[in-house]
Design a protein around this ligand. Structure first.
Ligand code: FAD
Ligand code: NAD
Length: 459
């Protein structure tokens, strides 16, 4: 990379919290010349979440879908500080952020507080459990790379244990029962990947127990994928029926035990379902740091669902704070598409803020040197233009999901209407759309190579 400009005390400090979809698309598009940028995130990489379910069964390798944050920041004009740390508190009055390295190896630094002029808040959210007992202790989530790894390890352990000699029959059935809670896209995609693993690999490698594997998807609502069109919901449910994935709709998990879940079924009857592996995918809730921030701005931050921002993504009640992605409560769904478009938009806002600062300096100099009035007037005009912002506008590119057995579903806003498509063609579209959205040539190459590897050698 080219040599970077050093930090400049005269320039404002811009702190970015997070390294997910919102923060990464912001950083990618940001011109750092006018800012001293600090990035704080407990994860020193960006994770391409749409392909995370594929990591749980070994279709993709973990490294193929992540990109180091420094991969972006080291190419920036001005040096960017990146800290692998967790922000613990934002003080919107003093305009400070407190953060700490909470990873396994911590050093002696302890908790650090730094001031900011601008803060881009993109910490995402955490897994929703609705306070149901036993979820955190016994279930696996599917949000982080470590979650996918945990699922992969636990899944194989269940299968190996089921194949262990002299195992009682009902224990084999329990171990080979994979239960997924939540029929949103995360749960559906995971169930689809698991089905592929069973058909393509387990049947060959574990013929003695593979036929005992059962997949059950539990959903509280009357159908899965409430956000997709009716036709694609039916397509998914019938594909799952063909693939022998049991879908229990109108069924709500009430309690999670070490080896069973207690559910209330469609007839309001309580029953217990034994499981070997439990994957929990019931959506999002705000992180503690976000709730704390809201509690400091209670007069304007009135939505439990997330942070309220104006049309320019500026946090209500927060001077110099902007928020993007899943941590916000807007009219948009909490998706990567929204977060990344917001990140790009916000980089445009900062481009204008930078231009404004530059022009203000120029103007002060022109006035100090008694420059020609026309020159001053032209600079004032430019300054006014730089100060004008257009509100954020979201452009929906469609919704895609992989449902297993080489089929995907696609809800696309085309020809002034919605086109719903399911099947092999949608799967090719799903693959090409995601490969082209991956941020780097390195990631694209690795993902394509993984898919090829699976075709040749299996998972
Ligand atoms: P995230 O991407 O979650 O990033 C949050 C960042 O903040 C992370 O880097 C995290 O480490 C960091 N962070 C956390 N706590 C702190 C802290 N205290 N201080 C500093 N940093 C912190 N959306 C789609 O549009 N299409 C899809 O196909 C799709 N598939 C998905 C599949 C799965 C399995 C999952 C889980 C989600 C999927 N999504 C998809 C949703 C999408 O991933 C999210 O909407 C998106 O990640 C939101 O971006 P974000 O930047 O707000 O949050
Ligand atoms: P979600 O909120 O979309 O779905 C969660 C589901 O769990 C809901 O249908 C809910 O009714 C159900 N549920 C909640 N509590 C339950 C209980 N106790 N028992 C049974 N069912 C229960 O969550 P998600 O699938 O994790 O998705 C989160 C966000 O990420 C969404 O905005 C989604 O669009 C996005 N996402 C998109 C894709 C994609 O586009 N392919 C993939 C994954 C996630």
């Amino acid at each position: 990379p080219p040599e970077q400009l050093p930090a400049d005390k005269e320039k404002p400090t811009l702190v970015v919290l997070g390294s997910g979809w919102g923060a990464t698309s912001f950083l990618k598009s940001l011109d750092t010349e006018e800012f001293n940028v600090v990035v704080i995130s407990p994860r020193n990489y960006f994770l391409f979440t749409p392909l995370l379910p594929s990591v749980t069964v070994g279709t993709l390798e973990p490294r193929s879908i992540i990109q180091p944050t420094r991969y972006i920041t080291r190419h920036k004009k001005r040096k960017v500080d990146v800290y692998e740390a967790e922000a613990q508190e934002v003080d919107p009055v003093k305009k400070t952020v407190t953060f700490q390295d909470l990873s396994d190896i911590r050093g002696a630094a302890g908790s650090v507080t730094i001031p900011y002029d601008y803060l881009v808040y993109a910490v995402g959210c955490e897994n929703q459990t609705f306070g149901i007992k036993g979820v955190n202790e016994h279930a696996c989530f599917l949000k982080e790379l470590s979650d996918a790894d945990k699922i992969r390890t636990k899944l194989m352990d269940c299968i190996e244990t089921a194949a262990f000699r002299d195992q009682p029959q009902d224990e084999i059935d329990r171990l080979m029962h994979m239960v997924v809670v939540g029929g949103g896209p995360t749960g559906v995609e995971y169930a689809g990947e698991l089905h592929d693993f069973l058909i393509d690999d387990l049947k060959k490698w574990y013929p003695e127990v593979a036929d005992r594997l059962r997949i059950t998807l539990i959903e509280a609502l009357p159908n899965v994928l409430p956000a997709f069109s009716k036709q694609l919901i039916q397509y998914t449910e019938s594909t799952f029926a063909e693939n022998k994935i049991d879908v229990l709709t109108r069924t709500m998990v009430k309690d999670v035990k070490e080896s069973s879940v207690v559910v209330q079924d469609a007839n309001k009857q309580m029953r217990e379902i034994p499981y070997g592996l439990l994957v929990w995918a019931t959506g999002n809730t705000s992180r503690q740091i976000t709730r704390d921030l809201m509690s400091k701005l209670t007069s304007v931050q009135t939505q439990r669902r997330g942070l309220l921002v104006d049309d320019y993504l500026s946090l209500l009640g927060g001077d110099g704070i902007y928020a993007v992605g899943d941590c916000t409560a807007t009219s948009y769904a909490p998706t990567a598409q929204v977060a990344s478009q917001q990140g790009i938009y916000l980089a445009g806002v900062f481009q204008k803020l930078g231009q404004k600062a530059k022009l203000e300096r120029q103007l002060a100099q022109l006035r100090a040197t008694a420059a020609a009035p026309e020159e001053i007037e032209a600079t004032v005009k430019k300054l006014n233009r730089a100060a004008k912002l257009t509100p954020f506008h979201y452009s929906h590119q469609g919704s895609l999901a992989y449902i297993g057995s080489e089929k995907a579903i696609a809800d696309l806003p085309l020809f002034n209407g919605n086109v719903a498509s399911g099947g092999g063609a949608a799967m090719l579209f799903w693959r090409s759309a995601y490969v082209s959205t991956l941020y780097s040539v390195r990631n694209r190459t690795l993902v394509l190579a993984d898919w090829l590897k699976v075709k040749i050698f299996g998972r």
